[in-house]
Design a protein around this ligand. Structure first.
Ligand SMILES: [Zn+2]
Length: 150
């Protein structure tokens, strides 16, 4: 393959926003579209892992993930002086289905919303300079909708 030249301009300045969402490829392009065209974020640092915000909720299953998240997000926050964090959970998340194999879809939704709020509290505790926003990506027919979470 020859070199590929992306038509997307390179940003010399570091981003001031961190986005944290699940690695599920069915939602990645929609999340990027939401950030670019919904929130008008020119560029942002990414922490994209299976389960997303679930890594910031400490329990026996996430102990190592929690520590890793603190270390790696901490690096970005310090190195790039980040000011804002955007957390996105999504419908039909395999990380949550694995954690709660007997839960109904509504119970999974409730667990994800609870984790988003806990993850926001965790982030604010670690890095008080961050403002944190939360969203839930739900499937509506052939599209994905991003709903703010309070
Ligand atoms: Zn997921």
């Amino acid at each position: 393959m020859n070199a590929f030249g992306s038509p997307i301009a390179w940003h010399k300045e570091f981003a001031d926003t961190l986005v944290l969402y699940c690695a599920d490829g069915r939602f990645v392009r929609q999340c990027e579209d939401f950030l670019t065209n919904g929130l008008k974020v020119a560029t942002c640092d990414h922490f994209v892992v299976p389960g997303g915000a679930g890594w910031l909720v400490l329990d026996a299953l996430t102990l190592h993930a929690y520590d890793a998240a603190r270390e790696h997000i901490g690096f970005l926050v310090q190195a790039h002086a980040l000011q804002r964090a955007v957390l996105i959970a999504h419908e039909d998340c395999g990380f949550y289905r694995h954690r709660f194999p007997h839960a109904t879809a509504d119970e999974l939704f409730q667990a994800q919303i609870k984790d988003l709020r806990q993850a926001a509290t965790t982030l604010r505790g670690w890095f008080p300079q961050l403002t944190v926003e939360m969203y839930y990506a739900r499937v509506e027919g052939e599209r994905v909708e991003f709903v703010p979470v309070q």
